[in-house]
Ligand binder design. Structure first.
Ligand code: AMP
Ligand code: MN
Ligand code: MN
Length: 329
């Protein structure tokens, strides 16, 4: 299984790589990890990453400057590798490259991924796509730069090794990557924890305006376009807010809604022990993992929230966290 990707790479001359929209640490880490591996081990291959712009804090990774943002490449690829992406829709406009690809290979860890492409390896137990990729690579051929990318992806999807997806295997892999000579505190501080003043301000504002529901088992906060404009930020600057909401004492399920268009909201959800937020998100066309998932919904914020609360409430009742008659407020 693990060599299927390598075999596909060896049989291809022209390779494309893409990850999901609004690329996060695991998406960028896995795409650049694979890109570095191919460049190091198969320098004769023509390989390109097609992806949206990445955050400046990820740009220290080798070859980050070579990410291609165009949709106009007409030549087609022998192999197209899709990473950290649960379905075609999440590729955004880069999905057009799948049409001309001779062979599509997906590597992912989203439980909502039903499998797409000609070949796919989806491991919901894995902390991250970077963890899945690590198993496919020959350890001796992993360069320090490739290891840096994979380590960064694992750090981000595990919330620095603290989420429940962090397994013994995850830690072993992280150790093996560290042995390649990584500056781990630089990667963790500079790509995960460091926030600008404005990012900290909007974090404070989102926490201040958050609301508890259902006996304090649910917390939500809404970030409007006006708020983003006021602080000069975009949705990409809101990372970390949802985890702060989840960490509120007594909370089982946290919801962050941020406005991406008129009455259009990107929803992030997290849970601690009981609510399967992937199931909730999948019910609205999104997806993710059991404890971290997302979707996009249109409508007035209160209506959107009401829709989300129905399946969440059902799950909380089924798990015995709240009584059936518990008032939403
Ligand atoms: P986020 O809340 O955006 O950090 O996303 C949490 C998890 O859910 C990540 O693994 C995402 O890849 C996944 N996810 C977020 N939004 C969507 C969506 N609209 N469709 C499918 N998966 C999503
Ligand atoms: Mn991701
Ligand atoms: Mn991931």
């Amino acid at each position: 299984m693990s060599n299927a990707l390598i075999k596909a790479i060896e049989g291809a001359a022209r390779i494309g790589i893409s990850g999901h929209k609004r690329p996060d640490g695991d998406c960028v880490g896995s795409c650049l990890g694979l890109y570095n591996y191919i460049k190091d081990v198969y320098p004769e291959k023509e390989v390109t990453i097609y992806m949206e712009s990445i955050k400046h804090e990820f740009c220290f990774l080798r070859y980050a400057d070579q990410i291609n943002h165009s949709f106009t490449d007409q030549k087609g690829h022998d192999l197209y590798v899709v990473l950290d992406c649960g379905d075609e829709e999440r590729l955004g406009d880069y999905a057009i490259y799948l049409k001309k690809a001779k062979h599509i290979f997906c590597v992912d860890h989203h439980i909502s991924n039903k499998g797409f492409g000609d070949e796919y390896v989806v491991e919901p137990e894995a902390s991250s796509t970077c963890e899945v990729l690590f198993d496919m690579f020959d350890y001796d051929k992993i360069s320090r730069e490739c290891a840096e990318a994979l380590y960064m992806g694992i750090v981000h999807d595990t919330g620095v090794f603290k989420h429940t997806n962090t397994s013994r295997k995850t830690m072993h892999i992280a150790g093996d990557l560290i042995a390649k000579g990584l500056n781990t505190s630089h990667i963790i501080d500079d790509t995960f924890y460091r926030k600008t003043y404005a990012q900290n301000q909007i974090l404070g504002r989102a926490l201040m305006e958050s609301v508890l529901l259902m006996d304090g088992k649910v917390i939500y906060s809404v970030v409007t376009k006006e708020m983003l404009k006021f602080y000069g930020l975009t949705g990409a600057d809101l990372d970390g807010i949802i985890d702060n909401l989840r960490m509120t004492e007594g909370v089982e399920c946290a919801i962050l809604m941020y406005e991406i268009g008129i009455d259009k909201y990107k929803i992030s959800m997290r849970s601690n022990d009981f609510v399967n937020v992937s199931e909730v998100a999948s019910g609205f066309g999104g997806g993710g993992h059991i404890r971290a998932a997302g979707c996009t919904l249109t409508g007035l914020s209160q209506k959107v929230l009401d829709k989300l609360l129905i399946p969440i409430r059902e799950q909380l009742v089924a798990a015995g966290c709240i009584e059936n008659e518990t008032n939403v407020m």
